[in-house]
Design a protein around this ligand. Sequence first.
Ligand code: FE
Length: 208
Amino acid sequence: MTNGIHKARPFPLEKEIPGISVKTNQEHYKLYQGYVNKRNEIEEKLKTADRSKAAATYSEYGELKRQETFNVNGMIFHEIWFNTIYGGDGVPKGEIVEQIKKDFGSFEAWVEDFKATAMAARGWAWLVYDLSDHRLHNYLIDLQNIGFTAMCIPILGLDVFEHAYFIDYGTNRKTYVENFFKIINWDYVNKRWEFAKKVGELYKASEL
Ligand code: FE
């Protein structure tokens, strides 16, 4: 249950996904609900928090603002995550594949780099469309609110926090990462790419 302005979206948690157990997805969904709930709670508390006592060393206001962005990104990243792992078959298709080939040299080169990014991260590997150079990049982030670069549209993310795979794989992150490529919903990824491309065109035209 989530209470407040932001609501957790429903996902088919009882559905079997190859390589990710129902148990993992049910537990993972609870964390997602937690991000949504905390976002609501923080936004509510910020209305009355004492701004006059704001301090970088410690302050109630500072801690609320610090955790605000963690939960905002936690919510958004997990919505993309669940949309990516449900309903797909892992067969790459659509225009995003052509864009990946263009920006990474080949699809295989992208896969190799994305896997390495996922193995190196403490939080997430993200394929993003970066408006600063209008190219796709694989970026690594260790914490949900630290390291996600300005002007990036998230296209495809792989959650490598331990909660995402320890129930099913223990410490064997490599097999979890390999399995991810068998379940990606490329129709959804292409929808995200269509959106990112439109934003890119708007940004170019705006001359900002
Ligand atoms: Fe997660």
